[in-house]
Ligand binder design. Structure first.
Ligand code: ADP
Length: 308
């Protein structure tokens, strides 16, 4: 064989290898297109599986998979917020319509039924008044949440005497404690404790939590507040020993309009906004809040604020 022939032979082999490589890459690209088509059709669980040895193709596949993964996460997040938006609108309509229908019913009766005595009419008007108040408070809560959502609440952060504010809040609930036959237990450090926060916001947080402890913990016997602190934070526990929160629902109770299934049945005039407001107010003061519940032993909401 002449040198020329050997060269031709090598050249043909190289060309054949290159063609084989091109066919392989072409096939791989076809497979990738197929996967991407499926992703575009909505199957976001699809991923490109690859075992080829071309480094740049491997990198490309990894990056495409990452983009699909990110798309899937955004899609799931959007779906959750879309679902909660739909649920919220239906809950709001229900929350507004039920008391309004009943108010109109009582008013119609009061105006049209001549057989009603003065006392009965007065009783009906009182019911309308109380339902009107409930609606007003509900609207206030919706308003407060949307203001907090759009960062439209100006907090006046200053040095607060947490011990004193806790004592005042307990005194404000004195009648409720008596009514529910529940004993308040306060546990404060020896000297007064100070935190950085907004007084109105702290009062709102405490009154929402104490109110919930009384409302949902009424099957228990105790409601308590513990204040402790470390170097940087003041920790405030509001606890009760009532029926508690089911494990499968505890992760959702800070969600807007979330009411635990069994308490919805109790018809406690709940809006599901109380804890959403509490969490937003705690966070607006650079704090955090968590919950832990052992039914009939201890259900405790713990929030912390920066120490002053
Ligand atoms: P609302 O009281 O208006 O329903 P919240 O946001 O204050 O709304 O509370 C959400 C849910 O968390 C309530 O429906 C209730 O079931 C549950 N919850 C809150 N506090 C307690 C508590 N101390 N014990 C048991 N369940 C509670």
């Amino acid at each position: 064989m002449t040198n020329m022939n050997i060269l031709n032979y090598v050249f043909i082999v190289i060309i054949l290898i290159l063609i084989a490589l091109l066919v392989l890459i072409y096939k791989k690209l076809g497979y990738m297109c197929k996967v991407l088509d499926e992703v575009l059709q909505g199957n976001l669980n699809q991923r490109i599986r690859f075992q080829n040895h071309t480094k740049s193709l491997n990198i490309l596949c990894t990056k495409i998979n990452r983009v699909i993964e990110r798309l899937q996460k955004v899609y799931e997040k959007n779906k959750i917020s879309e679902d909660s938006r739909k649920k919220m609108i239906s809950n709001i309509s229900h929350d507004l319509r039920t008391p309004l229908t009943s108010m109109l019913g009582y008013l119609e009766l009061t105006f049209n039924d001549d057989t009603l005595s003065k006392d009965e009419k007065e009783r009906y008007i009182k019911i309308v008044y109380s339902k009107g108040n409930y609606l007003y408070n509900l609207m206030e809560e919706f308003f407060q949440v949307s203001k907090l959502d759009s960062n439209d609440v100006k907090l006046e952060i200053r040095r607060l005497n947490v011990s004193e504010i806790v004592r005042q809040n307990i005194i404000l609930f004195f009648n409720e404690f008596k009514k529910f036959n529940i004993e308040p237990k306060i546990n404060l450090p020896e000297g007064d404790v100070y935190a950085l926060g907004d007084e109105k916001a702290l009062n709102r947080i405490l009154s929402n939590l104490i109110n919930n402890a009384l409302k949902y913990g009424s099957q228990g016997t105790l409601v308590g507040i513990n204040v402790t602190c470390d170097e940087n934070n003041v920790f405030i526990d509001v606890w009760d020993n009532g029926a508690g929160i089911p494990e499968e629902e505890i992760n959702y109770i800070f969600d807007r309009l979330y009411t635990v299934e069994k308490s919805r049945k109790l018809n406690l005039k709940s809006s599901g906004l109380g804890l959403t407001i509490v969490k937003k107010l705690v966070e607006a003061q650079k704090g955090t809040i968590s919950v832990n519940s052992i039914p009939f032993e201890k259900t405790v909401f713990t929030f912390k604020l920066p120490k002053s």
